[in-house]
Design a protein around this ligand. Structure first.
Ligand SMILES: [Zn+2]
Length: 164
């Protein structure tokens, strides 16, 4: 279950200790104070509105009926609003404009915090190697999924009056 076995600072084994009211991986070397806090990873997500339709994409390693938002990690020193437009460009070749931050969402299973943006795009869609296919869906027909970025989709649709 633990992701790391050895201390990244001194290479001694890590052990689980009760610290700050939770189990944490702590270095066993008495002169090393390393604690693996396992902080959530920030992730940006783009709800792409392309020519009035919502772009949903399927990653190459996803099942055939799974489609989701464009997501990605931030580069060092990058603002989330820049990161989301970079990811949109990299994965779809579309030029995007951030309309608004939809919200922040925890994705506990992945230990991520998702920053979801509404992005309007223009250009010709060309997927990169991370994506297998995409579909463009009218907003009223988008069915939000129950986990991860799905909550951002549901919030956006509700705000725009497409869903209760
Ligand atoms: Zn250590």
């Amino acid at each position: 279950m633990p992701k790391f076995q050895f201390c990244p600072v001194c290479s001694h084994p890590l052990e689980i200790k009760w610290l700050d009211n939770q189990d944490r991986l702590v270095c066993t070397n008495p002169v090393c104070s390393f604690v693996h806090y396992d902080n959530p990873t920030p992730v940006v997500a783009a709800l792409i509105e392309h020519e009035g339709q919502i772009l949903l994409a399927r990653a190459v390693n996803w099942p055939p009926d799974w489609f989701g938002l464009i997501t990605g990690f931030l580069e060092k020193n990058e603002h989330p609003a820049e990161a989301v437009l970079r990811e949109v460009k990299e994965e779809t070749n579309l030029d995007g404009k951030v309309i608004e931050l939809i919200g922040l969402y925890t994705f506990k299973q992945m230990n991520q915090i998702i920053m979801a943006y509404h992005v309007q795009t223009q250009g010709i869609i060309t997927l990169n190697e991370e994506l297998a296919e995409y579909k463009l869906v009218p907003p009223a027909q988008v069915e939000p999924w129950a986990f991860g970025t799905g909550k951002a989709v549901a919030d956006w649709l509700a705000k725009k009056g497409y869903r209760l």
